[in-house]
Design a protein around this ligand. Sequence first.
Ligand code: TRP
Length: 437
Amino acid sequence: MAQTRESWRSRSGFVIAAAGSAVGLGNIWRFPYVAGENGGGAFIVLYLAIVFTVGFSIFLAEQTIGRAAQRSPAAAFRRLKGGAWPIVGYVGVLCAVVILPFYSVVGGWTLGFIWKSAMGSASDAGSFGAFISHGWLPILFHALFMAATVAVVVAGVRNGIERWSRILLPGLVLLMIVLIFRSISLSGAEKGVSFFLSPDFSKVTMATIQAALSQAFFSISVGMGVMITYGSYISRDRSLPGDAVWVVGLDSIFAIMAGLIVLPAVFAFGENPSAGPALTFVMLPQIFSQIPGGSIFGLLFFLMLSVAALTSAISILEVAVAHLNDEHNIARRRGTIGAGLILFLVGIPASLSFGPWADLTIFGMTIFDLMDFFATKLLLPTGAIGMALFVGWVFWPDAAKSLNGNDEPPPRWSPIWRWMCALVAPILILWVMVGGF
Ligand code: TRP
């Protein structure tokens, strides 16, 4: 007999866990810079417009597929339609398997920098470069980060994912509020705030729109089947659109909060912002070392990053675990520990590509970059297009009927959603994909 599927314990269970997935490194180390570079407030308006139209549509598409099928991605497509459609689910699972190892490597760096901040060595010159190229040390922290991820997922949907998201997400808000106050009260901070928020419409070009689209999709965690998987734990009577608005809204708020932490600090110290590791692990520790109480704020900052990365990593691992469970009947405990171990091993070459294996390149990319490129530029958009087309052309009109739960009539705007999924989103994503090459 089939076991009954776990479901979220509380009404807000999905929202909290999905927001935990969405809020991650993408919000903190990428959004502030991309926004500042691409017209500040003008970019933010454009970004929000995209998130709440195309982004929201795909998010809702995933959620609907998952709730209707009560299965993880591949099994969900098989259950709803079959034919070649499960391939879209497999693309998602493959994507999870490629992203988690390198996401965990970076998660390990954030843990390493909590430790370094506590030791007072985070801001030493060359500290970051020495750390990531060290060899076994970053692998050790990668192992710790993966172990934490496994520990949460192994405990299950309610007692692991939902419970920890409910603890970690409010903790994240608190940390961020403290850091925002510290950052904007630095003298000279207003230059950063204006870089981030002042609208400059002359900077909005086609390339800006592409940047906004790809940032939006990555940030709200669509394309991989996370929301299919998390959606499969939503009970039949729940209405979906309200939850979707909450999640994309919370994700946007966190992104803007991150901008108000990072950029004021960078500008107060007369630095030029950049994106990614250089900003997070080099520039910010140096800034923290110069402000009063900086060692504690630096520690809090890396704690914040670790928490944000952890709740995202959980969601990625859950895609793989739910897949093993639905498709291969592998129990959660075995599936989580097994997948965690294998993906930890896959992450080792990614970690080494910053040190001993730095010269090993394929198509001119290191192993880490190659995994990132393959997953985020190729697999994610492919998955997102497949899911959107599925809802727009195959699963329609049942998709609309399932939106409000309990066979309630669909919302009046559902035809707009349909055409978003059937045409607008796939075309836009294809355009971004082509632009990525
Ligand atoms: N959204 C997360 C971030 O901003 C990353 C992430 C987690 C993700 N799960 C995902 C991205 C699924 C795409 C698909 O860092």
